[in-house]
Design a protein around this ligand. Sequence first.
Ligand code: NAD
Length: 708
Amino acid sequence: MIRQQDLGDGVAALLYACDGALNTLDASLNRELGERIDALLADDGVKGIVIGSDKPDFIAGGDLKELQAAPDPASVVAIVAPFLAALRKIEKGGKPVVAALPGTALGGGLELALACHQRIAADNASARFGFPEATLGLMPGAGGTQRLPRLIGIAAAAPMLLDGTRLSLADAVTRKLIDQVVAPADLLETAKQWALANPGATQPWDRKGFAAPGFAVQSAAGRQFFAGAWARASRGAGASNLAARAILECLQQGMERSLEAGIVIETRQFARLAAGNDAKNKIRTLFNGVNRARSMTMRPSGPPPSTVGHLAVIGGGVMGRGIAHVAALAGLQVTLLDLSDEAARKSRDEIARNATREHEKGRLRMTPQALLSRIEPTADYARIAQADFVLEAVFERADVKQAVLERAAAVVGRDVPIASNTSTMPITGLAGYATMPERVIGLHFFSPVDRMPLVEVIRARQTSDATLARALDLMKQLGKTPVVVNDGLGFFTSRIVTTYSSETLNLIGEGVPPQLIDNAAVNAGFAIGGAALAELTTMPLLADILKSMRGDGQRIANAGNRAEPTLAALLALGRIGKAAGKGLYDYGPEGRAVWPGLALAFPPAGDPLDEETVRQRLFAVQSLEAVRALDDGILGQALDGDVAAVLGWGYPVHLGGVFGYIDRVGVPAFIAQCESLAARFGARFDPPRRLRDMAAAGQTFYPDEATR
Ligand code: NAD
């Protein structure tokens, strides 16, 4: 609701006061704003209007649930139309209207502020101003793409609109987004005085002779800007970003026209985007799914909240270093234990180099010295005796891990959780090597640890509620997004990624050119294709992974797949990968070229495959294995799998994830595709029973949304 308050001297305040911690805009609130603005404009006793908030922040944006449920563009327009009309009345109603911003204003909140004649902000270091819509496949839909560039110029507006960059208060003032900053206690009074002092306030774009700052669309600078921006939005994975293209369209077309005409263009683009699948998929996975994971809904409620003061990290390799870095950054004391004092010291030195680089780029929020002062390198287990959480990241070898777990369990307190960062080994087996196996859990981080938000939390058969709770409390301390899964070979992420790598290698073995495989993945939204990824992983490591993921050898995922013999043949021919300069490609001073021996080693089997068949195969193996993992009880629900896919291995977010993909294709159509693939390429494409049952019952994985 909006609370109306009389500020005296003929100035009225409209203060947003939603239930809950944040103000979010929805259809009923939009209508209420329109009615209140109409009434205040019609009231001769009212000289000015202040729009503010009853909460520490202004407005966090629109209600995404409402948008997600909108089945078609017309329903989207019905939500925003009253808001759009109210904003234009604010601008042209003949009375001064001031935005009084106590804190953050995002999305629709910032659009409302931009429609006011003056923006006054309270001095608030945590306030942020921006348009995060594009990160969820959306775009501003209430004039943001038109008023922002008219206020600060196209060049400054574009990154805010396209990348969702959020400005601090200081930056917002520099960019002239905010006109004044005052002490929080003076906010409403200053806004009132401005209204009284500026009875004839108008918007710059409603004045005669208005020209937006910066370049015009049709100037040389404008043409150059748009040529570059369109090229970026149409290349590789960017091509699947519909929001970026819609925003560019609004900027380019709208800025050549009047504000009103620009807003008509924006409304059309916004309604189409918001009603479309891409935005609904992104909102579901990146907003609903990630928020659910980060709010720790999987944490057992019994155990009391805990914090880790002293973390022991065993193994100072790529992962151990990353984990130590992130933990020290979060304020934990870290003991970094490796095979020798020297190895541990070297590992800490490497963290120091990385921290210095990050600091120089302005990306570290403390000095490298402060960070390193929290990390103690050692080879002595006695140094971890007081730790309140242990995490091992030693070599991926069962005997090494078992020995480490035994030693750690012998020195730390009996109730101290011990986590393994293994990427494939079932935790239930490892746990037996620690006294009190109920304290053992899997915490599968992703590389690079400081940039990858996902941690797959693996609950082994013995893992206690207390251990799970403490592991999730640690994830909160480290600012990670945990997805909790049950134990099994490869858990969820490694299990699915393996099918993707393995299908890629199988295609190579059938004589499909690596560029075709990579194009199929990149054109569908993957940042990097499977063949390029295999080159980076290296063929020997990939061979190890496929071997360890083979399980009992009877897994349906492998039926008819010849990835392992293909890898063996590549290795026998000395084709190791990119680092060795010899893989699927040759790497020379002129760049890379497909290794001519590839076609001889793997002559095409039958008719050449087209890109669409290759794409279907790469996507089907992942989704099918995900459904099998759901059947096996590895996942609690499909949404967890989609969050893990998008955050864990860069699955195209506009598809939602491995389960969202099946809904997108349609369950019956997906089954038909898989049947045809199974007939041509092997039983690994056989659709599981669950899918057939779903098709028979007309079910989908995400039934509660409007999808078209
Ligand atoms: P790495 O080879 O870079 O580092 C392993 C480190 O462990 C080395 O510093 C080594 O000296 C140390 N070590 C080995 N045995 C030890 C012992 N007995 N006691 C103490 N230290 C010992 O390996 P990594 O890439 O950091 O991987 C570590 C673990 O994380 C593995 O289980 C791996 O599967 C998993 N993992 C790796 C990645 C990745 O992308 N690299 C991602 C997720 C999980």
